[in-house]
Design a protein around this ligand. Structure first.
Ligand code: NAI
Ligand code: 13P
Length: 373
């Protein structure tokens, strides 16, 4: 990892700051907008950051005929993905990705995971060489050679260091400043991790750092699949005990999968905000749970794509595609029997099994089959 320039390494409180870190947020959805609010409140307060925060917006035209970017810059509000919340006057929306990132010293990636490969390709050669990155994205890509976490995709494609930030963070709750916690996962450089903590931490958003990028990121990614299972349970009115059982089994599979993938993953990570706390909040109040509940109430007759479009108005589910990606990994490695919950979630999502199978798999273990999705 390239060290940042010495002039940047000045502690808070010093009179003169030679260089201030410029921050760009890549993404402007529901969580991306809340992240911009958190960051923008801190860059105004802390000397080591440039006040202005750039936010790349995937441009779209609103029903009023106006461009989303223009509305954000005129009203200081993301009227589509986070209505009713002021982001901070120092947030500047930019529809031009390359322009938004070119001067950044710190890049915050927060888009739905399926768009990241394309975004990284566009950014090759367009960013500063010593930029630091962090991913708030919960998801993974699967390649012929195996799974690739989003932070790894960013690091490998752009040749930069990438931390992660995950946690029990339903964006709409943090937007109205309800107390929550989050976990930064870092690889080696504790000072860089500390800078990310500084950038995000507020009185109502308490951030701590652990040296376990893969553990933190896998927690955030895999809990979305368990939340789909919890939604099925809710959709069939199976009650709290069943839901708790599904969450417990899900946590066991999350931990087993993470440790099989990366022996470095720490047990303690599962007790951080990114672990059990995120699992709980997403299974209680997340979008994955909500849409999976509707899927089960409709007996699996309406597709996730249709329900997502109708219920989330442009926001994106991560759990269904993650279940698919996970299934591919289980296929690649012959691990289906080790992960019956993960396997069953995907088979329900694609209509191969009914939603009720979520509590039947232990009696009828699914046979590994070629994925048709
Ligand atoms: N919303 C939440 O409560 C939380 C979300 N996350 C994670 O943050 C990540 C981003 O989620 P959100 O900010 O909630 O996004 P979102 O679910 O609100 O997604 C919509 C975003 O995707 C953009 N988009 C649509 N098509 C695109 C394309 N072709 N290329 C690029 N962007 C496109 C939209 O413009 C919009 O900004 C996800 O991985 C999610 O799991 C993490 C914690 C909390
Ligand atoms: O990751 C989240 C909370 O930490 C949000 O989960 P959903 O995408 O299911 O809303």
């Amino acid at each position: 990892m390239a060290p940042l320039a010495m002039e940047n390494q000045i502690t808070e409180g010093e009179e003169e700051i030679a260089t201030k870190y410029k921050v760009t947020i890549v993404g402007s959805g529901n969580w991306g907008s809340v992240a911009s609010k958190l960051i923008a409140s801190n860059t105004l307060k802390l000397n080591s950051f440039h006040d202005e925060v750039k936010m790349w917006v995937f441009e779209e035209t609103l029903p009023t005929g106006e461009k989303l970017t223009e509305v954000i810059n005129n009203t200081n509000e993301n009227v589509k993905y986070l209505p009713g919340i002021k982001l901070g006057k120092n947030v500047v929306a930019d529809p031009d990705l390359e322009h938004a990132v070119k001067d950044a010293d710190m890049l915050v990636f927060v888009t739905p995971h399926q768009f990241m490969e394309g975004i990284c390709k566009r950014l090759v050669g367009k960013i500063k060489g010593d930029v630091q990155a962090i991913s708030l994205i919960k998801g993974m890509e699967v390649k012929a050679e195996g799974p690739c976490m989003i932070s790894t995709l960013i690091s490998e494609q752009l040749g930069i260091n990438c931390c992660v930030l995950m946690g029990a963070n339903i964006a709409n709750e943090i937007a109205v400043e309800k107390f929550s916690e989050a976990t930064v996962g870092y690889r080696e450089d504790k000072d860089v991790a500390q800078r990310w903590v500084q950038l995000f931490n507020t009185s109502y958003f308490q951030v701590s750092a652990v040296q376990d990028v893969e553990g933190v990121e896998l927690c955030g990614t895999l809990k979305n699949v368990v939340a789909i299972a919890a939604g099925f349970v809710d959709g069939m009115d199976m009650g709290n005990n069943t839901k708790a059982a599904i969450m417990r089994i899900g946590l066991v599979e999350m931990k087993a999968f993470s440790k099989l993938m990366y022996s470095s993953v720490k047990d303690t990570t599962f007790f951080e905000s990114c672990g059990v706390a995120d699992l709980i909040t997403t299974c209680l109040g997340g979008r994955n749970r909500k849409v999976a509940e509707a899927f089960a109430r409709n007996g699996g007759k309406r597709s996730f794509d249709e329900l997502e479009a109708e219920m989330l108005q442009g926001q994106k589910l991560q759990g269904v595609s993650t279940a698919n990606e996970l299934y591919e990994v289980l296929n690649q490695r012959g691990w289906h029997e080790l992960f019956p919950l993960f396997t069953t979630v995907h088979e329900i999502c694609i209509g191969r099994l009914p939603p009720s199978a979520i509590v039947e798999y232990s009696e009828h273990p699914p046979t590994p089959v070629e994925d048709s999705a």
